[in-house]
Design a protein around this ligand. Structure first.
Ligand code: ARG
Length: 564
């Protein structure tokens, strides 16, 4: 299915390939640096160099010789630029963007996206916001592009730290406190354990014994408690997932792989990669350029984080035979992912390179209320509450008559936080400044939500259903090139965002669309002119903007209220 500007790009690539006597798939079109130069550009440097000709001359010759239906070609220095004819552009973009499948694909690959994966008994913090928001957006995008998507939450619910928690509970646990604020109480126990373990050696032994009881796999009081802590934690996480619109097909804690760990270690042994090192079992990775070996079993016989990841990867492969398995996890775990991929490579698996770590940068808070001060964990729930509180003040001021202010405040507050997270290149650190996050102007979520609501309002005021493509003379939109191009680039932006695992590309495409939509209705009268055909065409354009913003913001996880 071809969408938006794609059909033009194909036509251009085919004509260039024929003129240059190249296969069509090696002709790479770019986006011109300046919008006045058209919609697509072909830089002639490489091919000119290969053929020993002057690139500018080559661009000129090609421009003179090419004849592409609906597309003009012009040389600017070594670049060959292409401009789509106004009527062709308007017709193609409007037809595509008024269809419900605008931008959708039928890719067919199986893509697993693991994201969020918090640790139980600890509050989710701002770092979990990034993995949750980026992962949920990627999963929605792949779904939109037609992948078979499996969303996985790899909850951290296993490891010796749970022995510590159980020991602390035995000493200081308080049932009422647990009921009132499960995560708060469990965190307190954890902190207390670490404060006292140095003076109190008995505590450490109790922790070890408790973890051994857990690891035995037998039903025991420790296991029952651990299960209770897990359930309470998951309940807490769920309220956040609902607010963020994130969901999972599989919620599988690390403990789920417990009975596969023995088999995994055996597999590594059979593959001949397992070595002894100071009583522990490791996989040496120096042949893969990694100095630190991967530790899979300690001298005491306990398995580790990496062991569970290896077991999980293998189990996922057996269950889904995935084309891609993505792990949206902070950049600080890069070494861990390099190690465990290389272990799989050394084992001779032919799927290790389908495993991909999708790292992201840190969030820093600008000073002010709710900044992170030393020793204080800023809970994600608090961040979201604060965003909604600030949004409520803005809604109160901008639209005191609104029928459901609390609901809109929730949508705007959460949407602002989510959009802010996704508009940056994911690998970069993000500076979180409340004023900027919630601004209704500039490159923000509320600005796009507002643009969407504005389109809804224009359509409501027209008092009739939005015109369908057949009812519109699209040629009347020829003067709105910028808007048409911004709409027409949406499908390619989603595809590229999927290929590069970079939701920012969708966010940026929507910001350009928002800016051109605002210019469109600021400079043109949509309703109430004396030309009904023109009104029809402009209403259709507004409807296309509304649909595309709703679809694109929906992919990012930003709600789109119809009125704000
Ligand atoms: N639970 C870990 C943490 O909060 C993240 C898990 C990431 N996923 C994985 N498969 N290792 O740090």
């Amino acid at each position: 299915m071809l969408h938006g500007l794609d059909a033009f790009a194909e036509r251009i690539a085919a004509a260039l390939a024929a003129a240059l006597d190249l296969p069509a798939d090696v002709v790479r079109l770019e986006r011109p640096r300046h919008d006045e130069h058209g919609e697509f550009a072909y830089p002639c440097f490489r091919i000119a160099k290969e053929r020993g000709v002057n690139p500018a001359q080559m661009a000129q010759d090609l421009a003179a010789g090419l004849d592409i239906d609906g597309v003009g070609a012009a040389a600017v220095g070594p670049f060959l630029n292409f401009t789509i004819a106004g009527t062709d552009l308007a017709a193609a973009v409007l037809a595509a963007s008024l269809s419900d499948s605008f931008g959708r694909g039928s890719d067919g690959r199986t893509t697993l996206v693991e994201y969020s994966s918090p640790n139980i008994a600890k509050p989710m913090h701002i770092g979990h916001l990034r993995t949750t928001v980026i992962g949920a957006a990627l999963a929605r995008m792949y779904d939109f592009l037609g992948h078979r998507v499996v969303r996985i939450n790899h909850i951290g619910d296993w490891g010796s730290q749970f022995g510590k928690l159980l020991a602390a509970w035995a000493r200081w646990g308080d049932d009422d406190a647990l009921k009132a604020d499960p995560i708060g109480h469990l965190l307190k126990l954890y902190v207390q354990f670490h404060a006292e373990e140095e003076q109190d050696t008995g505590l450490k032994d109790e922790a070890k014994a408790a973890f051994r009881a857990l690891e035995s796999g037998q039903e025991c009081p420790e296991r029952a408690l651990w299960r209770r802590f897990t359930e309470l934690s998951l309940g807490d996480f769920e309220t956040i997932y609902q607010r963020l619109g994130a969901h999972f097909d599989l919620v599988r804690g690390e403990s789920w792989y417990e009975d596969q760990l023995e088999g995994l270690v055996q597999w590594l042994d059979e593959c001949g990669v397992l070595e002894e090192s100071d009583g522990a079992q490791v996989v040496d990775l120096s042949s893969e350029g990694i100095k630190t070996p991967c530790l899979v079993r300690t001298g005491h016989g306990t398995t580790l984080y990496a062991t569970r990841d290896l077991a999980a990867a293998r189990s996922r492969w057996q269950e889904f035979a995935f084309d891609h398995c993505l792990y949206v996890v902070g950049a600080e775990q890069t070494l861990h992912f390099q190690q465990f991929r290389m272990v799989l490579k050394r084992c001779g698996s032919d799927w290790w390179d389908r495993i991909e770590h999708i790292p992201f940068g840190l969030v820093r808070f600008a000073e002010g209320k709710l900044s992170t001060r030393a020793g204080r964990v800023l809970r994600l729930q608090e961040v979201l509450d604060r965003a909604v509180e600030l949004a409520r003040e803005i809604v109160e001021e901008k639209n005191p008559e609104h029928a459901d202010k609390q609901r809109v405040a929730e949508q705007v507050g959460i949407g602002a936080v989510v959009f802010h997270d996704l508009k940056h290149q994911r690998q970069k650190d993000v500076l979180f400044d409340w004023k900027e996050v919630l601004s209704f102007e500039g490159d923000t979520g509320p600005y796009l939500q507002y643009t969407h609501a504005r389109c809804c309002s224009i359509l409501r005021k027209s008092g009739r259903p939005a015109p369908s493509f057949d009812e519109v003379d699209s040629a009347l939109l020829q003067d709105s090139r910028e808007l048409l191009v911004a709409l027409g680039r949406f499908p390619a932006a989603v595809r590229e965002a999927g290929d590069k695992r970079e939701p920012m590309l969708v966010a940026q495409a929507l910001l350009r669309l928002g800016a051109s939509a605002n210019a469109f209705y600021r400079e043109r009268r949509v309703l109430g002119g004396d030309d009904p055909a023109l009104e029809n065409a402009r209403l259709a354009a507004i409807d296309a903007v509304r649909r595309t913003l709703a679809s694109g913001l929906g992919l990012l996880g930003v709600p789109t209220p119809e009125e704000m």
